[in-house]
Design a protein. Structure first.
Length: 397
């Protein structure tokens, strides 16, 4: 089946592959869903259908969104399984998009699943609106996926001016690259957060004198060190007294299942003061973050969400190397001595007092509103053939 020569230009397809992109996309999806000018088409895929990721498709349904297409992946995080999933999802996304015949597709981030969706949309000549491009994560394969998605996309909404310049550096025309702020701001502006008592009841977990929120994903370009690195982190945590540990699940990248097993073993060994949650959802996750003393690990939430809530972050390893970071984030190598030293600093009263004084003007504006206002004015009938925007190389020598 071929795409119609003139697709339904008011139809905008959103593709979500897991809890992380859904939580960021949902405020924009709500705006499109309520719009008289645009129609929301939702394609749900990947980790949303996996039990070990919290079966988050149920949350999408509970939130009231109509799911137009479902694309399921085989579970497993071996390289071979990831390649099989990527190969099959390109076909499945293509079939879904041809059937939906949208005027444009919205993609967020840098997951391999979203890379597959970009290939499908690009080959079918469907304009791509890419969110959160231009960022760097130098120890993750996501970096290559993200920049590749940028080159297949027609319109770009990025988190800050540094990332906007990088997208332009990749050859994208400046008038199609918009700096709107990180999308999590919408969740911080609109969510009615739980209080501490509600968080305790929902998690069924009592807070301790000190509490850490921990998320650790595989480093996909340094895979031989993932298990040993995480063992060093757990060894430090095991020595801490009067401290509660709240773990969230690693993603489905290669060796994510091994890290999950390490977390489960740690929680079994320390059941009184540790908890493992597959998926909290944005509201509970951000509410929990507000009541911990530190976010620890290598998740982007530690360098984006936590600073906006004025919560300290101990960012471990190289997975987030290259991202713009706030002063509340301390980068730390993965060895016991350095982790202990950095934890002592980040949990000190002086450090917490320092970051509480930070002001964050970004929180005054809604990224999803800015994006919605722009895309309602886009002319997707324009030819999808892209030109390369050359920098003035002589001026930059």
């Amino acid at each position: 089946m071929e795409l119609s020569k003139y697709p339904l230009m008011k139809n905008i397809s959103f593709i979500t592959s897991g809890r992380a992109d859904y939580d960021l996309l949902s405020p924009l999806m709500n705006r499109v869903n309520a719009s008289k000018n645009l129609n929301l088409q939702l394609v749900v895929s990947g980790a949303h259908f996996m039990d070990n990721q919290g079966l988050t498709v149920d949350r999408i349904i509970k939130d009231g969104f109509e799911i137009h297409k479902e694309i399921k992946f085989a579970e497993g995080s071996t390289r071979n399984q990831i390649i099989r999933n990527l190969s099959s999802c390109i076909y499945d996304y293509s079939d879904a998009l041809v059937d939906l015949n949208p005027g444009a597709v919205v993609l967020l981030g840098d997951r391999y699943e979203i890379f597959g969706a970009a290939i499908s949309a690009f080959i079918n000549n469907i304009p791509i609106i890419h969110l959160h491009g231009g960022e760097l994560t130098l120890s993750a394969q996501d970096d290559a996926f993200r920049h590749s998605i940028t080159k297949m996309s027609n319109f770009h909404f990025v988190a800050n001016e540094t990332y906007r310049k990088r997208v332009i550096q990749l050859g994208e025309y400046p008038d199609r690259v918009f700096s709107v702020g990180p999308l999590v701001i919408d969740n911080l502006l609109t969510d009615d957060f739980y209080d501490k008592k509600e968080v305790v009841e929902l998690l069924n977990f009592s807070f301790f004198q000190r509490n850490l929120l921990i998320t650790f994903h595989p480093e996909t370009l340094k895979q031989e060190k993932n298990r040993s690195n995480f063992n060093q982190i757990l060894a430090v945590l095991g020595d801490l007294e009067n401290t509660g540990f709240i773990f969230t699940a690693p993603n489905i990248d290669h060796e994510g299942d091994l890290i999950r097993a390490q977390i489960e073993d740690f929680v079994k060994e320390h059941p009184e003061h540790s908890l493992f949650v597959n998926s909290m959802g944005s509201k509970l996750y951000l509410s929990t973050m507000m009541f911990v003393d530190c976010v620890l690990g290598n998740s982007s939430s530690g360098v984006i969400e936590a600073p906006l809530l004025k919560i300290p972050t101990l960012n471990l390893g190289d997975r987030q190397t290259g991202r713009v970071k706030f002063d509340s984030v301390i980068d730390c190598g993965i060895n016991k001595i350095e982790i202990k030293k950095s934890l002592k600093l980040i949990l000190s009263r002086a450090f917490r007092k320092k970051i509480k004084s930070f002001s964050e003007p970004l929180l005054a504006t809604s990224p999803s509103e800015k994006i919605y206002n722009e895309i309602t004015n886009f002319n997707f009938h324009e030819e999808t053939t892209k030109k390369f925007y050359d920098l003035d190389l002589e001026k930059n020598e």
